[in-house]
Design a protein around this ligand. Structure first.
Ligand code: SF4
Length: 335
């Protein structure tokens, strides 16, 4: 039986657009527009898509760092909407975030020891001696030295600062962590080290991740499942292996063909996307991808394609999911 740790149900986040002093405009930016998924305990779901598609907003909605316009988030089957006070604090303790830019997310005036200790002090976890011991233990867990606790963020490299951010995220023994582009601001040489550390911690502590990334190499390495977002909606969802080897939505196909190498033996068809994503304040009607899709037909401009099974466990929101050229299987790719 599947055990969803985190579940999003029809999550929406709409921001009203200001139209000026005398405007009665009800236009809204639909940053997230009806997103549903679940993440099983101990697995990693990757949210991918171009910048501005709603990935980071979805991550913040899950953690309730921002309030949804509608919809709900459940942890262990219990809705955050129905929690308050101590119960909500306990639920929040289970959920943390690792930010993209470790420098701006760490207070430069505080020592690393104070930064890591802060959430433990906030939640009243142990006396000062116990918290200091835990800080030293966490520093070792993320590959730093216990003596680093007295240093300040500017005394570390980018990779080391991200290790501090990870130590802070696991300090409360949280079970669910949002990884918001965790390596995109780091040198290529240290990205693999941070990804390996995240995988080791996941295995050691049974962590559950939502990985937000535009880097499909990172996604392929880390994710069990993938949800592809376009203009605030999920357009494809399935296991990482299925989606990487055989996408059924043209947008996913384009994302993959933009970054992966040619096929050994048989050349695969490349799908190049033209233009930028439309304005999320006025998304195209019916299929939101129809203004950029090379396979568009009349029905795409008239009827929204439902997100439905293209194969068992593999969902795609495309009227022609069965006819989208199959992408190369993982084993056929050049390294
Ligand atoms: Fe393209 Fe039509 Fe499928 Fe939308 S529904 S992705 S426009 S083929």
């Amino acid at each position: 039986m599947s055990t969803a740790l985190i579940e999003a149900r029809d999550l929406k986040k709409h921001y009203p657009l200001s139209g000026g002093l005398f405007s009665r405009s009800a236009r809204q930016v639909r940053a997230v527009d009806g997103v549903s998924f679940s993440i099983e305990a101990g697995s990693t779901l990757a949210l991918v898509g171009e910048s501005g598609c709603g990935k980071s907003t979805t991550g913040r909605l899950l953690l309730r760092l921002i309030e949804p316009t509608s919809g709900e988030v459940l942890i262990d089957g219990h809705s955050l909407n129905e929690m308050a006070g101590r119960q909500l604090r306990r639920a929040r303790r289970q959920m943390q975030i690792v930010f993209q830019d470790p420098f701006s997310s760490l207070n430069p005036r505080h020592s690393v020891g104070e930064i890591i200790a802060w959430p433990m002090r906030l939640h009243g976890l142990g006396n000062e001696t116990a918290i200091r011991a835990r800080v030293r233990e966490l520093l070792k867990l993320v590959g730093l030295q216990p003596g680093h606790a007295d240093r300040h963020p500017h005394q570390f490299s980018g990779g080391q600062r991200q290790r501090v951010g990870i130590a802070r995220a696991i300090a409360l023994e949280s079970r669910f962590i949002v990884l918001d582009e965790p390596t995109s601001s780091l040198d290529v040489s240290v990205q693999a080290q941070i990804l390996n550390l995240l995988q080791e911690l996941k295995n050691q502590f049974g962590l559950t991740y939502l990985l937000i990334s535009h880097n499909l190499g990172v996604v392929e390495y880390m994710a069990n499942d993938i949800a592809v977002m376009y203009l605030g909606q999920i357009v494809e969802y399935g296991s990482a292996e299925t989606i990487m080897s055989g996408p059924r939505h043209p947008y996913t196909h384009a994302l993959l063909s933009a970054v992966l190498g040619p096929v050994t033996g048989e050349r695969r068809k490349r799908l190049i996307l033209h233009g930028d994503p439309p304005n999320p304040a006025s998304p195209p009607p019916a299929c939101r991808f129809h203004t950029r899709c090379p396979y568009v037909q009349d029905i795409c401009r008239e009827t929204p394609p439902p997100l439905e099974a293209a194969d068992p466990g593999h969902l795609a929101a495309c009227h022609f999911a069965d006819q989208i050229p199959q992408y190369v299987s993982r084993g056929e790719r050049n390294p």
